[in-house]
Design a protein around this ligand. Structure first.
Ligand code: AMP
Ligand code: MG
Length: 351
């Protein structure tokens, strides 16, 4: 049975007792879905190999796709991995933040958590409930995003409930995730970006005084990506989803022959243009506010599965700032199926 712990309107006393109940579950080898500022996580005691194995089974996650270990203090982080001295004070001033660092793993971390690698991913989430849960558990919490593998990540407890009701011990409901896209992952060994995320390249440069180089996997040329998760299909809705890379003003004409058959996912501005042609429209927010697009993206992909349309078209966004992570998730959700002309769309529909 899954207990839903509702902290949305809880008094501070009620919240405290809910979190201590969830912490007890973590300590005794249980699985708890909890909020972070990026997306919801599905967590277990990072020192408990048996509990962490359950996460892989529940998610259907490949065993070589390691988990991020969430900590509530630098001293806890130092028990999980070796943070290079030259970065330690910067990280301690940046955290809590949506920035995950890959460092050498300590032997206390079971191999199941690192997917067999000798490195480990560590992050301190910027969410009060997440931090309280880790603190009260007294152990670091290994937690990937709370979704069935390949499906879009949960940005609300309702999404997590849809995926995991009956499969986890508890789901903590603390309302919608503030940011909506997972953390940025950087390797500290060569200061490279392994996965774009909610912490922007500019923020990295400002904090560390240097640019992270973009690892091959982000430009699709790595044979054996160092971030194993990046080689798997991801964020996919059940329906076919195609990325439109052309000028939005031409999409109405391109889709004339199939009007009403597809769902359009896009900015408020483009949704206005496509309202008459699409069977349904899912609005992501204003194109002028990328944070809003990021916040709404996974919810839109999950909502798409309940639409009656045969397939969906999503539009492109600028890759500046948060846009890099937004477009990374969109491309993966589309499995890179793009078009810019009527011929291109027809070819995708015939596949
Ligand atoms: P998720 O928690 O589902 O957002 O996924 C965690 C991401 O972190 C995946 O893309 C993993 O491949 C990546 N990751 C976790 N640990 C490591 C590691 N030791 N080395 C490289 N990437 C990692
Ligand atoms: Mg994930």
């Amino acid at each position: 049975m899954t207990i839903i712990l509702n902290l949305r309107s809880a008094s501070s006393g009620e919240a405290k007792s809910c979190i201590s109940r969830a912490a007890k579950m973590i300590r005794s080898g249980g699985i708890v879905v909890f909020p972070t500022e990026t997306v919801y996580g599905i967590g277990a005691n990072a020192f408990d190999a048996k509990a962490c194995l359950k996460i892989y089974k529940i998610k259907g996650r490949a065993r070589d796709n390691p988990l991020i270990v969430h900590v509530s203090s630098m001293s806890m982080a130092n028990k999980v991995g070796t943070i290079p001295k030259r970065y330690s004070s910067i990280i301690s001033s940046v955290w809590p933040a949506p920035l995950t660092v890959i460092v050498k793993a300590k032997s206390s971390i079971p191999k199941i958590v690192t997917g067999g690698l000798n490195t480990v991913a560590i992050r301190m989430p910027d969410n009060k409930v997440a931090l309280d849960l880790i603190r009260q558990s007294g152990v670091p919490i290994a937690a990937p995003s709370a979704n069935i593998s390949k499906k879009p990540s949960s940005t609300s407890a309702a999404h997590a409930k849809k995926y995991f009701n009956g499969k986890v011990d508890a789901i903590i409901d603390y309302g919608p995730s503030r940011l909506g896209i997972e953390s940025t992952v950087i390797s500290l060994s060569d200061f490279s970006l392994l996965r774009p995320g909610s912490y922007t390249m500019k923020q990295i440069e400002m904090a560390f005084g240097r640019r992270a180089k973009i690892a091959d996997e982000n430009i699709g040329v790595a044979e054996k990506p160092r971030s194993p998760g990046t080689k798997y299909r991801h964020y996919s809705p059940d329906k076919p989803l195609f990325l439109f890379t052309g000028d939005i003003n031409s999409l109405q004409a391109i889709t004339r022959g199939i009007s009403g058959k597809f769902t359009f996912i896009g900015s408020d501005e483009s949704s206005k243009i496509m309202r008459g042609s699409a069977g349904s429209v899912i609005r992501l927010g204003s194109r002028k506010r990328p944070a809003e697009i990021a916040h709404n993206l996974f919810g839109a992909l999950i909502a798409l599965d309940s639409c009656k349309s045969e397939f969906a078209i999503i539009e492109c966004f600028s890759e500046a700032g948060m846009g890099l992570a937004i477009m990374n998730r969109i491309r993966k959700a589309c499995s890179n199926k793009c078009f810019s002309s009527q011929k291109g769309l027809e070819a995708l529909l015939k596949r």
